[in-house]
Design a protein. Structure first.
Length: 89
């Protein structure tokens, strides 16, 4: 489980990105890169990290399921993810 401070920090970044999204798009359309540089760092969408919704892990994140590979394997083994079966050949 990730530290809650990391998870909270990432959520704060998501809110900042949403807050400045319209302004960033407007400045980018104008080509005003000086104005863009004066916005907060966390206003950039690249600063947001994809995190597992269950454990908060940021590495090995599966976008389709929004969870990490470890959580995915545990849930799939328990049969809690519909349509996912263990491969056998």
């Amino acid at each position: 489980m990730a530290k809650t401070s990391w998870i909270n920090r990432n959520e704060r970044k998501r809110k900042t990105v949403q807050k400045f999204a319209a302004l960033r798009a407007e400045l980018k359309a104008k080509g005003d890169y000086i104005g863009l540089s004066q916005l907060p760092r966390d206003a950039s969408p690249t600063r947001v990290v994809n995190r597992c919704q269950v454990s908060g892990r940021r590495r090995a994140y599966l976008r389709r399921f929004k969870i990490s590979r470890i959580t995915f394997r545990e849930l799939a083994s328990q049969g809690l993810i519909p349509g996912v079966t263990k491969a056998s050949w």
